[in-house]
Design a binder for this molecule. Structure first.
Ligand code: WT7
Length: 633
């Protein structure tokens, strides 16, 4: 059976095969990878307990598949080409052989600092090769990486380090983002000091200043690595051993540590990278996501390398030095596959077509979109201005929890329609549920999007608390995994993602829990209670409106707004800042005291059909809030 899908007929044949006999199908796919020992059984699962396990008793190391295989077959092939924030900084390149050697040195360095299989290592770094190398070095020795996006605040980093009981933190002295130089080390230091399990810190000298540190437990990344051998035997892992934890926001409580394991994650990310993007040997892949999010994990650190791909890694922002930077990079590196988020497309679109015109984008073959629904206008701009109407666009829907792409067209093979993500991939069985929790069997449907059977990279648990995993994902619809999204399906079986049904916001493709924002707002001394609600925003996709009830009339609203923004950047990170502040005397509540965010959403969207509000505890506040909101416009 072929690993590559080469035609629409093959897609439908493979889809049917995987439906009828998933274990046989995934075993065939898995045989394209290198294992130290084969599995006894492909799949065991019980959704009622929130469990799924793949490739039982098989042994492997994912880095053998990402690095050693290619370093042996094509040692001089370029694995990574890195471009710095500033166009003046020379780029850095690693062939597969060089990348393997460096990963081994860093892996040995981790060992020299006492890291062993199963230990958790937190990585808090800008988009530099050392971030990717650190991830792979952990995987090499069986340490569990937990990458925390560099935009998170020290407090958010500490929370994640504490929950994961991280033994080490890897960071850099500074981060460059556009014009800004960010003192990331100070943030890392604060988090490190309040994380009792952390015993070592490795610091990459990004500024090149050669700083020294008084703390005994702090070491310079390169000095530690340079002293090591370029050989490091790969730790042989069980397929179900943890590969990494990645924290993500949910509708309630603190962020959840999503757990992915070695075997299934490798098979699924490797398979979907090759097929969705139709990546071919000489192609150059450019994903603009940060490795701090799942996209960077699955399709840069793992998916691309599993396929021996050449990729471009970029440190900076799309608009630095100006809005043509992406297009310059594509021309310079002859990029064939470009994968980005709708928010970036909209931001660049708003700055004008002149930035994208005049660059040679003729090498491009496939364009990808990820992270949030892509609106039609942005889709057409992407198609016309970037793809010159000759590159298929894959709108890939998936989640941190699914580890890999679930719904998408296949580049050049299935037809894409603006704002429709497309079809479930091979092995993916989606269901749409109605209000009564019953599956809608007719093709045309609209409701809660669920997964009926596991895929190899579906989350295994939430770190340290399996009940949370079971309750969050596997209890709303018995024997199904609930995605949290609402979707529509058309007569041809295509899916269109409408957005979250739960209290999760998606601001510029960043996932933020309303509860997290409210927790911060409520800490302000003048605020009694608050509600954070999302509303449509032309660039960000969704923006946050904060409705706050003050103890006493607010005298200086601008001051309050500035204070709240400061608190949010301190507690979470500036990407979670609010867009609009509405000061109110009450929030609409049910008789049991639950805030009706749905009504607030309707008010923000200027949709006055609030439904029956007479059963509310305080129906009178609805009109007052509506007036407040309209006076802001
Ligand atoms: C949520 C998952 C998948 C990697 C980045 C985000 C939304 C994601 C799409 C898409 C419409 C999308 C969903 C999903 N989402 N991709 N192509 N079209 N919505 O991962 O942070 O785990 O967020 O992002 O609402 O549930 P994440």
């Amino acid at each position: 059976m072929a690993f590559y899908i080469n035609s629409y007929e093959q897609y439908t044949e493979d889809y049917t095969r995987a439906l009828l006999n998933p274990e046989e199908f995934w075993a065939d796919i898995a045989n394209n990878f290198e294992w130290s020992q084969s599995w006894d059984k492909v799949l065991e699962y019980d959704f009622s307990e929130g469990r799924n396990q793949w490739f039982i008793n098989a042994k492997l190391n994912i880095t053998i598949n990402c690095l050693d295989r290619h370093a042996a077959a094509t040692p001089d092939k370029l694995a990574i080409c890195w471009e710095a924030n500033s166009p003046e900084t020379p780029n850095r390149q690693y062939t597969y052989k060089e990348l393997l050697d460096r990963v081994c040195q860093v892996a040995n360095g981790l060992k020299s600092k006492g890291i062993v299989k199963g230990d958790r290592v937190c990585i808090y770094m800008p988009m530099i090769p050392e971030l990717l190398i650190s991830v792979l070095a952990c995987a090499r020795i069986g340490a569990v990486h937990s990458v925390v996006f560099g935009g998170f605040s020290p407090k958010a980093l500490a929370e994640r380090m504490q929950q994961a009981e991280a033994k080490m933190l890897i960071t850099s002295d500074v981060a460059y983002r556009g014009e800004k130089v960010i003192d990331i080390l100070t943030a890392a230091r604060v988090a490190y000091q309040i994380s009792p399990t952390a015993k070592q810190m490795l610091i990459f000298d990004r500024s090149g200043e050669g700083k020294t540190y008084p703390e005994q437990s702090f070491s310079d990344f390169d000095s530690v690595a340079n002293a090591q051998s370029t050989h490091c035997p790969a730790e042989i892992m069980d397929a179900e051993d943890m590969l990494f934890i990645l924290y993500t926001s949910g509708s309630t409580g603190t962020p959840k540590g999503i757990v992915h394991t070695c075997g299934g994650y490798m098979v699924y990310t490797g398979y979907t990278f090759a097929n969705v993007f139709q990546y071919k040997e000489k192609d150059v892949f450019f994903c603009t996501a940060d490795i701090g999010w799942i996209t960077g994990h699955s399709y840069m650190a793992y998916g691309a390398l599993l396929n021996g791909a050449t990729q471009l890694m970029y440190e900076g922002v799309p608009t630095y030095p100006d809005a043509s930077r992406f297009w310059q990079l594509i021309e310079k590196h002859k990029v064939t596959h470009f994968y980005t988020a709708p928010t970036a497309i909209r931001a660049l679109m708003a700055l004008g077509d002149e930035y994208v015109q005049g660059w040679d984008l003729s090498t491009l073959k496939v364009l990808g979109s990820v992270g949030e629904p892509i609106n039609e206008e942005a889709w057409h701009w992407y198609n016309e201005q970037v793809g010159k109407e000759r590159c298929p666009i894959v709108d890939t829907w998936w989640q941190t929890e699914t580890g890999g792409i679930m719904i998408s067209t296949i580049a050049g093979i299935s037809q894409s329609i603006p704002s429709w993500a497309g079809y479930p991939l091979v092995g993916v069985q989606m269901a749409i549920m109605d209000e009564n929790g019953e599956e809608i069997h007719s093709n045309e449907a609209d409701g809660a999007l669920c997964l009926k059977t596991p895929i190899p990279s579906l989350l295994r648990t939430t770190y340290g608390d399996h009940n949370r995993c079971k309750n969050t994902y596997f209890s709303a619809y018995p024997n199904h995994y609930f995605t949290g999204d609402r979707a529509k399906r058309d007569a041809e079986g295509r899916y269109r993602i409408i957005g979250r049904m739960d209290d999760v916001l998606n601001v510029s493709g960043h996932r933020i829990g309303t509860a997290e924002v409210e927790n911060v707002l409520n800490q302000h001394i003048e605020i009694v209670e608050s509600a954070a609600v999302g509303y449509a925003h032309p660039i960000k996709g969704e923006a946050i409106a904060a409705f706050v009830i003050p103890f006493a009339p607010v005298e200086d609203k601008n001051k309050l707004f500035a204070e709240l923004q400061f608190m949010i950047s301190k507690e979470i990170g500036s990407f979670s800042k609010i867009e609009t502040l509405v000061v109110v005397t009450g929030l609409p509540k049910t008789r049991s005291g639950k805030i009706m965010r749905r009504i607030l959403k309707k008010i923000l969207a200027n949709e006055p059909d609030y439904g029956d509000i007479s059963t509310l505890l305080n129906p009178e506040v609805v009109e007052e809030i509506a007036q407040q909101v309209s006076s802001l416009k």
